[in-house]
Design a protein around this ligand. Structure first.
Ligand code: NDP
Length: 339
């Protein structure tokens, strides 16, 4: 059993990591932004003791010294999993709303663990495929865990989508730089998922409050894009449950220390999502794009980049779920919100 601090427990991915941690016998303290969010998580885990699941309030991860108290626990933490970071495009100021919380939150947490949590051996950060995928490369290129997206600050601040991608590039780079420079008493691992889909187990009030990546499945399934299937953009995906397990394996397996992991079973397109839904949910067929309306969601005629997920399978031992299972389970978890 590993006593673990999980940041951002109210999020889509973190909720699955929390489940995976508890299932594998670890005890967890998770940071949330309010008491109300702590109560919601507690309610969805009836019968789990305070020793196994506890909470600490961190209202803003980019505030100075935000994590100084959160990293202190009795019994003390042995591992930290850092997921909290803004992932949405409803922003006024890309630096203040996306880049600063992501970068300062990550470095602030690493600093807090270095100064206040001497028993922590492993820190795992949820980075992103965005920190790896560099679209200035030719489309025949195969991305591996060794690649970096070489975005500039100018590109980063040009629009909210770029700023989100850059928030992941710069925060992960800052994390590796911190470890290189400070040689702390813990190891760092980064998990780099591309588009993450999957059933929701975190609290949302309604489908307007859905996490950003699953919005695409919501919009396809419930008739919002019938006239034109959206452009896929990132043609790599992973199921949130496989991603959650990867985070937990990264704290359990010594070999994961000091490594980055590109996590994906492979390529997909929005057209593939449509076809999974068409096959599994006859009652949703009328709202799905067909014929020419499907074309924008298909692969480009030139094909798309290659990917190499070998390390995720060989070091972490991940075996990936297929797209159909992911889409069917996701749609079922969203259908309960549709009246
Ligand atoms: P969610 O929006 O569901 O979760 C984000 C979490 O971060 C929430 O707990 C949120 O708290 C917290 N958070 C955001 N901003 C702040 C802040 N300023 N102070 C404190 N907490 C904050 O997104 P996901 O679960 O999808 O994302 C989790 C992580 O995974 C992020 O680091 C994201 O970049 C990364 N990722 C996600 C991918 C995806 O496709 N979903 C792909 C690649 C990486 P609250 O709930 O209170 O807002």
């Amino acid at each position: 059993m590993t006593r673990t601090l999980l940041t951002g427990g109210s999020g889509f991915i973190a909720a699955h990591i929390l489940e995976a941690l508890l299932k594998r016998g670890h005890s967890v303290v998770t940071t949330v932004r309010s008491k109300e969010k702590a109560e919601q998580i507690k309610t969805s885990h009836p019968g789990v003791s305070k020793e196994n699941l506890d909470f600490v309030i961190v209202p803003d991860l980019s505030a100075p010294n935000a994590f100084d108290q959160a990293v202190v626990s009795d019994p003390p933490f042995e591992a930290v999993i850092h997921t909290a970071s803004p992932f949405h495009f409803r922003v006024q100021d890309v630096k203040k709303d996306l880049l600063d919380p992501s970068i300062n939150g990550t470095v602030g947490l690493l600093e807090a663990v270095k100064n206040n949590a001497p028993s922590v051996k492993r820190v795992v950060v949820t980075s992103s495929g965005a920190a790896i995928l560099d679209f200035s490369k030719p489309h025949t290129y195969t991305f591996t865990d060794a690649d970096w997206n070489n975005m500039t600050w100018e590109e980063a601040t040009s629009n909210p989508i770029n700023a989100y991608r850059a928030s992941k590039v710069f925060s992960e780079k800052a994390a590796w730089d911190f470890v290189e420079k400070n040689k702390p008493h813990y190891s760092l691992t980064s998990i780099n998922p591309p588009m993450v889909y999957g059933p929701i187990v975190h609290h949302i009030k309604d489908l307007d409050g859905l996490n950003t990546s699953n919005e695409r499945i919501r919009d396809i399934a419930f008739g919002k894009v019938k006239d034109s299937c959206p452009f896929t953009g990132i043609f790599l995906w992973v199921d949130v449950r496989d991603l959650a397990l990867a985070h937990v394996l990264a704290i359990e397996k010594l070999e994961a220390a000091g490594q980055r992991f590109l996590l994906s079973p492979g390529q997909y397109s929005n057209k593939d999502i449509v076809e999974c839904i068409r096959e599994a949910f006859p009652e949703l067929r009328d709202g799905l794009p067909t014929g020419d309306a499907l074309k924008p969601g298909d692969f480009p005629p030139t094909g798309w980049y290659g990917y190499d997920n070998t390390k995720s399978k060989e070091v972490l031992g991940i075996s990936y779920r297929p797209l159909k299972e992911c889409i069917v389970d996701t749609v079922n978890s969203l259908k309960v919100f549709v009246k």
